[in-house]
Design a binder for this molecule. Structure first.
Ligand code: NAP
Length: 248
């Protein structure tokens, strides 16, 4: 049994949940972050423990630095941090930019951008050989929205994911000589509850005709790519952004 830990923010549902289960199957101790749905997070922990894996659920709104520090403290007590999946993310309801409130835009950036950067800061402090760490991997969740811009839907979300792309490239270069690889996945239309949180549960299926592969993707298909990036099979991959989008 190894003591290598992965922190997955928003690990309780959707892509985060699928990644948590897949990471546990590969021997990681999984620190499952969640914002509010404790039952969903506990069900991930139970599913991992049922297969003799190790997991803990930690409440952490990545829009709060205090919560992030508590998440990493809990992970420190659980083993040696070797990977971070910056997965937690939110969308807003369909709006034009000229209809958006300042509060909405600030929350979008606080969760999707600042939260990811603060989590990465804490991970680098622990994993970088510069700080006595053993190295590791950071995988950020971007979106094809970063390329498309999502006009008339959620340009603020798209812009937050554009920031994640830049952050991935820059941080990857910054820590490339310190044993840390940094990469991002840009999912396309994936069948999760995020679309319901944006007010349109059927959004992914409604738009599936626009995907070259003519179907939505599954959380499992995104988790597979994340797990590959975390693995030694991706040992020469850093500052890279991988579209997992059926060609979209
Ligand atoms: P989801 O099904 O809505 O699940 C979101 C997860 O993040 C839940 O575990 C939720 O916790 C957690 N969360 C929400 N707000 C949070 C916050 N402020 N702090 C910490 N955790 C928070 O989302 P998903 O579809 O799996 O998306 C995961 C990531 O992939 C996001 O970054 C998203 O932008 C990106 N992505 C998704 C798609 C897609 O089509 N699904 C496409 C492109 C990119 P609770 O259960 O406690 O609420």
């Amino acid at each position: 049994m190894t003591d290598k830990v992965v922190i997955i923010t928003g690990g309780s549902r959707g892509i985060g949940r699928a990644t948590a289960l897949a990471a546990a199957a590969r021997g990681y101790r999984v620190c499952v972050g969640y914002a509010s749905n404790e039952a969903a997070a506990q069900s991930v922990v139970s599913a991992i423990e049922a297969k003799n894996g190790k997991a803990i659920a930690v409440k952490c709104d990545v829009g709060s630095e205090k919560d992030i520090l508590a998440l990493f403290k809990a992970a420190d007590a659980f083993g040696t941090l070797r990977a971070l999946v910056n997965n937690a993310g939110i969308v807003g309801t369909t709006s034009r930019v000229d209809e958006m409130s300042s509060e909405r835009i600030q929350r979008m950036m606080a969760v999707n951008v600042t939260g990811s950067i603060l989590c990465a800061r804490e991970a680098v402090k622990r994993m970088s050989t510069r700080h006595g760490g053993k190295g590791g991997v950071i995988v950020n969740l971007s979106s094809v929205a970063a390329k498309l811009g999502s006009p008339n839907t959620y340009v603020d979300y798209a812009a937050s994911k554009g920031a994640i792309d830049s952050f991935t490239v820059g941080l990857g270069h910054e820590v490339a000589g310190e044993g840390i690889r940094v990469a991002a996945i840009r999912p396309g239309l994936i069948d999760t509850e995020i679309h319901a949180s944006g007010g349109e549960p059927d959004r992914a299926h409604r738009l599936s005709h626009m995907v070259p592969m003519k179907r939505v993707g599954t959380a499992h298909e995104i988790a597979n790519a994340i797990i590959w990036l975390m693995s030694d099979d991706a040992s020469y991959v850093t500052s890279a952004i991988l579209d997992v989008s059926g060609g979209r």
